[in-house]
Design a protein around this ligand. Structure first.
Ligand SMILES: [Zn+2]
Length: 519
């Protein structure tokens, strides 16, 4: 299983079956192609099996320092030297992958190959397995035993892979095999990485109301530039997870000039989450214009990551290299967007397609990364596939609509379930509210004009659920020209009286607008 996958991964990078076979023979000699392989000589002194060591590294009981400095070979290439183990650890952990993740280890291996002078070129142009195998053994692995005997053994393993995957089928067939392998991997639900997206569409924002629909052609990644990692600063109203923004300066309101398609940051309880604010094919307002254009208008879906003080590596790994990478990969996957069309604000700015900002490169650089690392991580996520679960905040919380039928003019919306709690809004009689929770028979949790609170249940009358939308009727032929309805003053007066007699607006009729707190 691993063999085919590794062949596919490497042929994609190297393109030359001799080069791939030369690498694989060495990896087999080192680890038997097992990504969780702990060097056998260390299993006894550490008193850990491959599985136990791997688990301990992942759960932190075997610390990063221990892992880096224990001199024990680990992984498909049996990385041993401290700086290489440190690189391996950081490469995988910054991508939120387990230490024995095969794709992650291959990704790191390839990064290392590219940094060894001339090795990539040798693998791409080698005319025999032996030529590639020797180069990889001496320049990449550098084993203690560099004898002719060992060279023959390793290239012999490589020949077996060459025969199995390239020998009788030629390069084209092998490439197809690799493609087939990676596409079945994408479809495997166990391998796909999971992401939850909360939907909290910005109905109040002008950007949403403008609703300019365009084909997504890229992804623009931003971070907020302000030290406030909490989503509630930008995303409102509160859904019970976000918490409330007491300053009223969130992005879901008319008049603002910034509106992202999605936001990543902390919920009130500190969990990092993704909130979608615009349908993905709506134009967002994020990039601003540069000398050559405006990324928003070129179809770049944009999201904001809430910045903290830019020092917390755990938050960085979760919000940027974790959920930021997964969201980007998901958007690429859904809309067929090429990795080359993933840009941060800083890049777009230098390409003349956005205003002058440094995000998110300034944040990545704090942890030794850049946008190429970000894109590489997106590429790895794409290989596994991303499986998204959507939770719609409106649908999830609104049980049904209710009419306020209180005898006074207003019904109080209170901050808690009781009359001791402060009144946070007054709901005019006859208003419709969303019932979010009706488990307490005296006080329902309701939402009125984006404000969540509690109202007395006995003054709320459940409205019937809206009927299923009927199929669109055939349009009737319209008569040409405008139609106007003429009403005489007498008819208007009659209508007015009929409405008032109905008793629906008694206070309005008497002119006596009361504000009795009758609760
Ligand atoms: Zn930005």
């Amino acid at each position: 299983m691993n063999e085919q996958y590794i062949w596919g991964f490497l042929i994609d990078k190297i393109g030359n079956p001799f080069g791939v076979a030369g690498v694989m023979g060495n990896l087999f000699a080192e680890s038997g192609l097992k990504p969780n392989n702990l060097q056998n000589a260390y299993e006894k002194p550490l008193n850990l099996t491959d599985e136990e060591y791997t688990k301990a590294v992942d759960n932190g009981s075997y610390t990063k320092d221990d892992f880096v400095n224990d001199h024990a070979g680990y992984g498909i290439a049996q990385w041993t030297y401290w700086s290489r183990k440190k690189g391996l650890y950081e490469y995988l952990k910054s991508r939120v992958l387990p230490i024995d993740d095969l794709t992650g280890q291959l990704g790191f291996l390839w990064e290392e190959v590219k940094q060894i002078h001339g090795l990539e070129e040798t693998l791409k142009t080698a005319h025999s397995v032996r030529e590639a195998s020797d180069a990889f053994m001496l320049e990449f692995e550098g084993p203690a035993d560099q004898s002719e005997n060992n060279k023959q053994t390793r290239s012999g393993y490589g020949e077996r892979y060459y025969t199995e995957f390239a020998g009788n089928q030629g390069n084209i067939a092998v490439f197809d095999l690799a493609q087939e392998d990676s596409s079945t991997a994408e479809k495997s639900p166990s391998k796909a990485r999971k992401l939850t997206i909360y939907k909290r569409l910005f109905y109040n924002a002008y950007c949403y109301k403008d609703g300019i629909i365009q084909t997504p052609t890229g992804v623009q990644v931003h971070s907020t530039g302000a030290n406030n990692p909490y989503l509630r600063r930008y995303v409102q109203p509160d859904d019970g997870r976000l918490g409330k923004n007491p300053n009223g300066n969130d992005h879901n309101q008319p008049g603002g000039n910034v509106c992202a398609s999605a936001y990543i940051g902390k919920l009130a309880d500190g969990t990092v989450a993704v909130y979608q604010a615009l349908p993905w094919d709506y134009r967002c307002w994020l990039s601003g214009s540069g000398s050559k254009g405006n990324a928003n208008r070129l179809g770049f879906i944009g999201f904001e990551i809430c910045e903290d003080g830019l020092r917390d590596e755990t938050y960085f790994n979760d919000a940027v290299m974790g959920k930021g990478v997964l969201l980007t990969a998901y958007l690429c996957q859904e809309f067929g967007i090429d990795l080359d069309r993933v840009r941060d604000h800083a890049e777009l700015s230098s390409e003349g397609l956005a205003s002058n900002h440094a995000d998110i490169t300034h944040w990545l650089s704090k942890f030794g990364l850049n946008m190429n690392d970000f894109r590489a991580a997106v590429g790895l996520a794409l290989e596994d596939g991303v499986a998204v679960t959507y939770i719609d905040c409106d649908e999830e919380t609104c049980l049904y609509d209710a009419l306020t039928i209180n005898p006074g003019t207003y019904l109080n919306l209170r901050s808690g379930p009781g009359q001791d709690y402060a009144s946070i809004a007054r709901i005019p009689r006859g208003s419709i509210v969303m019932v979010l929770d009706d488990t307490n028979p005296e006080w329902f949790k309701v939402s009125y004009q984006g404000e969540n609170g509690y109202a007395m249940a006995k003054y709320l009358e459940r409205l019937p659920d809206p009927p299923e939308p009927e199929p669109e009727p055939e349009p009737e032929p319209q008569p040409q020209g405008k139609r106007t309805l003429e009403l005489s003053d007498a008819t208007i007066a009659e209508l007015y009286n009929a409405i008032m007699e109905s008793g629906f607006f008694p206070d309005a009729r008497s002119g006596n607008i009361s504000n009795i707190d009758y609760q």
